[in-house]
Design a protein around this ligand. Structure first.
Ligand SMILES: CC(=O)N[C@H]1[C@@H](OP(=O)(O)OP(=O)(O)OC[C@H]2O[C@@H](n3ccc(=O)[nH]c3=O)[C@H](O)[C@@H]2O)O[C@H](CO)[C@@H](O)[C@@H]1O
Ligand SMILES: C=C(OP(=O)(O)O)C(=O)O
Length: 430
């Protein structure tokens, strides 16, 4: 299994190009199931999760064409569901990636049936999909759970309805939205997620002929149409990749320009960074993060649905706070088990205590490099950030987590002066 070797201490300096958002692309790819015309996505990141979604769609008979290697403008993926032959998402593919559940809404809306393996929990929490199912039932789908699978069917079309989510859910909103666009009549979805990935999904659907009002607000009004056409759509920039590199600049007290991204996607994070003492400014095609000479101070955060501070940035923020002046409290309100990075950061010399859903972090003068391992994507990248700031060598194990969400992580960091390399299975640099 590959590992990442880092030697910390160098302030990063340079430019990083931010790719398209993994979490937007994972919702946009199943959109192809809603039409028999071609859906062409640009700015698609080259990531393990994208390949898993491509494999799942191919298994169903969707033609998936990647334009080869990544280019400066990201990958183009063309999806064609004209020859769909299968409406089952098998356990073997779903267990590799929870976002596979996003095929459920489109399948039942356009093909009247779907059999999708229940994704189950993962390292960060139990992560039920009850609200996805309730929303689809409200639209008239008959759903039963058997042998670990969700079986959904409807005779004819789904029917528009009013449904209020009891809790804000990104995936639940995406599934309901993709189902409602082909339902008969009007659907009103209340208390929906407002994440930029939902807005991106909605805009893509609109470009295919869907009638949606309220994108970016907590109520969506959808007038169902009989069919949707093809489209070409550019995936929104990845705000979590943006935030991660912003914190790489901050934790190394360096200076990075991030291109291909937008400040409005990361406002809450930027607000917290500025309060910590880091300078952030809009730059041509992106933003500039300057922490040179900054005495980074402790700032509390609480994770919340967008536009609040993202749970997917909580671990990286903790790495920064571990090296800040003073103490901070980090409260995780979305997932019940998202502090797995704490014991590993502690092994690197961080001073962190967990009290229920909050962690008290007391900044230390120096972290020290160590062999570390994490059980999820953002926890793993938080250890990379800690390693960039630590004295000595850090080895991050289980790199496959990083490959789910960060394209060319080592190359992007090395180009800005980090001492970082990937060690292949046999220990040679690769
Ligand atoms: C592929 C993707 O886009 N993943 C993101 C998505 O995950 P995902 O869509 O799985 O996260 P949700 O927004 O659905 O989860 C939010 C909370 O709602 C709960 N819940 C969710 C659905 C449901 O039916 N019942 C229920 O109780 C979850 O357990 C969690 O506590 O949003 C999360 C929250 O911003 C991010 O951390 C993930 O990176
Ligand atoms: C939690 C994440 O992804 P997923 O929902 O696919 O597990 C993430 O991107 O941080």
């Amino acid at each position: 299994m590959d590992r990442i070797r880092l030697v910390g201490g160098a302030p990063l300096e340079g430019t990083v190009r931010i790719g398209g958002a993994k979490n937007a692309a994972l919702a946009l790819m199943p959109v192809a199931l809603l039409t028999d015309q071609t859906v062409r996505l640009t700015n698609v990141p080259d990531l393990a999760d994208i390949r898993t979604m491509a494999a799942l769609l191919e298994h169903m008979g969707v033609g998936v064409h990647l334009n080869g290697a990544s280019t400066a403008a990201g990958r183009v993926v063309a999806l064609d569901a004209g020859g769909l032959k299968e409406t089952t998402a098998p356990y073997d593919l779903v267990r590799r990636m929870r976002a596979s559940i996003l095929v459920l809404g489109p399948l039942v809306a356009r093909h009247g049936k779907a059999r999708v393996s229940l994704p189950g929990g993962c390292a960060i929490g139990t992560r039920p999909v009850d609200l996805h199912l309730k929303a689809l039932e409200a639209l008239g789908a008959e759903i039963d759970l058997r042998e670990g699978y969700v079986n959904a069917r409807v005779d004819g079309r789904l029917k528009g309805a009013r449904f209020a989510f009891s809790k804000v859910t990104v995936g639940g909103t995406e599934n309901a939205l993709m189902a409602a666009v082909l339902a008969e009549g009007e659907t009103i979805l209340e208390n929906v997620a407002r994440e930029p990935e939902i807005v991106d999904l909605g805009r893509c659907l609109q470009s295919m002929g869907a009638e949606i009002e309220g994108l970016g607000t907590s109520t969506l009004r959808i007038r169902g149409v009989e069919s949707l056409g093809g489209t070409t759509h550019a995936v929104v920039p990845d705000r979590i990749e943006t935030g991660t590199y912003a914190l790489a600049a901050a934790i190394t007290r360096g200076h990075l320009t991030l291109t291909g991204t937008r400040l409005d996607l990361v406002e809450s994070l930027i607000d917290h960074l500025r309060r910590a003492g880091v300078r952030v400014a809009r730059a041509e095609g992106g933003l500039e993060v300057d922490a040179r000479g900054a005495p980074v101070v402790g700032v509390d955060v609480m994770t919340e649905p967008f536009p609040g501070f993202p749970t997917d940035m909580q671990a990286q923020w903790m790495a920064l706070m571990a090296t800040a002046d003073g103490a901070s409290m980090i409260t995780e309100s979305i997932f019940e088990n998202r502090f797995m990075h704490v014991p590993e950061l502690t092994r690197m010399g961080a001073d962190i205590n967990i009290h229920g859903g909050s962690a008290i972090v007391r900044g230390v003068r120096h972290l020290s490099g160590a062999p570390v391992m994490a059980t999820d994507l953002r926890a793993s990248v938080c250890l990379v950030l800690a390693g960039l700031a630590a004295e000595g060598e850090t080895i991050v194990n289980r790199v496959y987590h990083l490959d789910r969400g960060y394209e060319c992580l080592e190359a992007k960091l090395a180009a800005c002066g980090a001492s970082i390399e990937r060690l292949s299975e046999r220990g040679a640099a690769g």
